[in-house]
Design a protein around this ligand. Structure first.
Ligand code: AMP
Length: 535
């Protein structure tokens, strides 16, 4: 016997159809790189998406073909998403901040046939064209002349019947900005994207509804802008898109458009706080989601002072990306600020749809006791099974667990706390030292702007921690000051063997601290020798 309900395929096209039908007049506001503000709506995005589908079909693009974008957040990019995915092709969002050899590699690996790009990236496109033999058509999102997006769709009908197909068909492709080896492609299915969107709107995640005004600061080229362009279509929210990530531009836009919800990585919130500190009125936000790297207590506390509800999100490209979000149990609002920050600084609990566990090196499940740490693993309908182009090898174990590469603790109430990246954990004398904990304590020392802890080889202990510190402008904090600060806060054997001061720390293309580069830079340091003997 099978269930007697309709076999309704969960396709991305159903989301844009819903937005047009239910919230057609709800605004999509775009602020382009040249400062111009364009006001559209969900129905206009839907019409442009169908026009683009007709244009792409005319160019010979069909089911499963890859159409790439190199673009910031704006309404034309949104229409391109829905047009490409709606017609059954695959939208490949390329991160323009990647290095040239990675950009060359991924467009070839994806076998992109069309590239639609922002004029701002024209020099990059010109430079890489000779290395992109599979790309047949180049279209520019800006302008109205020949070769522009508007010209491409101008003569097309706004009628297009979305093809029926399986919800398991692919619709979107993103490459992880791995710090080692070539980037790896994550090929999302329609089903993963739709289920993820249905969860993303809930109070357990982004908490958005029809009356929300949402401005995703997270770029559309980084893990589908955390699914916000899909979530807002099913909630029928007003969407505000900015091609600029400048804090002043964003803050003005938030005031002007009455933005209630926003999401971004810690760096953008730090910039926003600095902008407010310089005299700007705090943005009118009600709900802020911070993720992509760990959000600091100080940052979250400042945003709460401005009247915002703050949530901390953990996710990754392989998870479409939401894996866990701050869990607000009854009584959260009545807790003292410090207790709230204790909860907020953890990475939260899984929404329905994601299962999570910690495991040892042999794959045995470890207890959720709030003490034991282990490899963080996840499974669920929007978790990767295989990397794109590597279909024979599954990226998961026999029970479907995907190893995230993060190390975490899970508490009895299901709340998870990241303690490290597996490859960054410092293994000293058979015990683990959390580089994240060490960094957080070091950042608490006055005069320290940024700190990174890495493990370097040691003949006796296997590895020992080394701390690399960037001083705050004008500060002259010394090694002795940092050691004095750390001594009351960490176990004695966690004390870094060396502390180095640098002007800046290396970051990856997505703004994450590049420990790999840092380990390279300090490769020649010999920890068995007295300080000063090397590096
Ligand atoms: P990406 O696929 O580029 O989004 O990177 C995913 C990785 O970012 C995760 O595996 C984590 O190591 C890190 N990450 C994401 N969100 C958080 C968070 N809230 N706290 C700490 N690390 C995070």
């Amino acid at each position: 016997m099978i269930g007697a309900m309709q076999d309704f395929e969960l396709r991305v096209s159903t989301m844009i159809d819903h937005a047009e039908r239910q919230s057609g007049e709800r605004e999509i506001v775009s602020r382009y790189a040249d400062g111009s503000l364009v006001r559209g709506s969900w129905s206009q995005v839907a019409r442009d998406a169908r026009r683009l589908a007709n244009a792409l079909a005319r160019l010979g693009i069909g089911t499963g073909d890859r159409v790439a974008t190199l673009a910031m957040n704006h309404g034309r990019h949104l229409a391109a998403w829905y047009g490409v995915m709606g017609m059954g092709a695959v939208m490949h969002t390329i991160n323009p901040r990647l290095f040239d050899d990675q950009l060359a590699y991924i467009a070839n690996h994806a076998q992109d046939r069309v590239l639609i790009y922002d004029a701002a990236f024209a020099p990059l496109v010109e430079r890489l064209k000779p290395q992109w033999p599979t790309i047949e058509h180049y279209v520019c999102f800006d302008g109205e002349g020949e070769g522009s997006f508007d010209a491409l769709i101008a003569q097309e009908s706004d009628q297009f019947v979305w093809p029926a197909g399986s919800e398991r068909d692919p619709c979107m492709l993103c490459y992880t900005s791995g710090t080692t080896g070539n980037p790896k492609g994550v090929l999302y299915s329609h089903r993963a994207i739709v289920l993820h969107a249905m969860t993303a709107v809930t109070p357990a995640c982004l908490a958005i509804a029809t009356d929300s005004v949402v401005l995703p600061i997270v770029p559309m080229f980084h893990v589908c802008a955390w699914g916000i362009p899909f979530a807002t279509a099913i909630s029928g929210s007003k969407l505000v898109l900015s091609a600029s990530n400048d804090a002043a531009v964003l803050c003005d836009l938030m005031h002007q458009e009455g933005v209630t919800h926003s999401a971004g990585v810690p760096t953008v919130w730090l910039a926003m706080i600095a902008h407010v500190d310089a005299g700007a009125p705090p943005p009118p936000l009600e709900h802020v989601v911070i993720g992509g790297s760990a959000a600091s207590r100080a940052m979250m506390s400042r945003l709460m002072d401005m009247g915002m509800n703050v949530s901390h999100l953990w996710g990754m490209t392989e998870l479409t990306p939401i894996g866990s979000v701050t869990k607000r149990d009854p009584g959260f609002d009545a807790l003292p600020r410090e207790a709230q920050l204790d909860l907020l600084s953890k990475q939260g609990a899984t929404p329905y749809g994601v299962e999570m566990r910690i495991a040892d090196e042999e794959g045995n499940t470890l207890p959720r006791d709030g003490v034991t740490s282990g490899r963080l693993q996840v499974r669920g309908p929007w978790v990767i099974d295989r990397y794109f182009g590597d279909e024979r090898a599954r990226a998961v174990d026999a029970n479907g667990w995907f190893d995230t590469g993060d190390v975490a603790i899970i508490y009895p109430d299901g709340i998870m706390q990241i303690t490290d990246r597996a490859k960054d954990v410092i293994k000293s004398g058979g015990e683990w030292i959390s580089s994240v904990d060490l960094e957080n304590e070091a950042i608490g020392c006055s005069g320290v702007a940024e700190a990174a802890a890495i493990g370097l080889p040691h003949p006796k202990w296997d590895e020992r921690p080394v701390l690399v510190v960037v001083r705050k402008e004008g500060a002259n904090v010394s090694e002795a000051d940092i050691r004095a600060h750390l001594s009351s806060r960490i176990a004695k054997w966690w004390m870094p063997d060396r502390i180095f001061f640098v002007d800046h720390l290396p970051h990856t293309a997505t703004g994450k601290l590049s420990k790999l580069t840092l380990r390279e830079q300090f490769r020649d340091v010999r920890l068995d020798e007295p300080a000063g003997a090397s590096a």
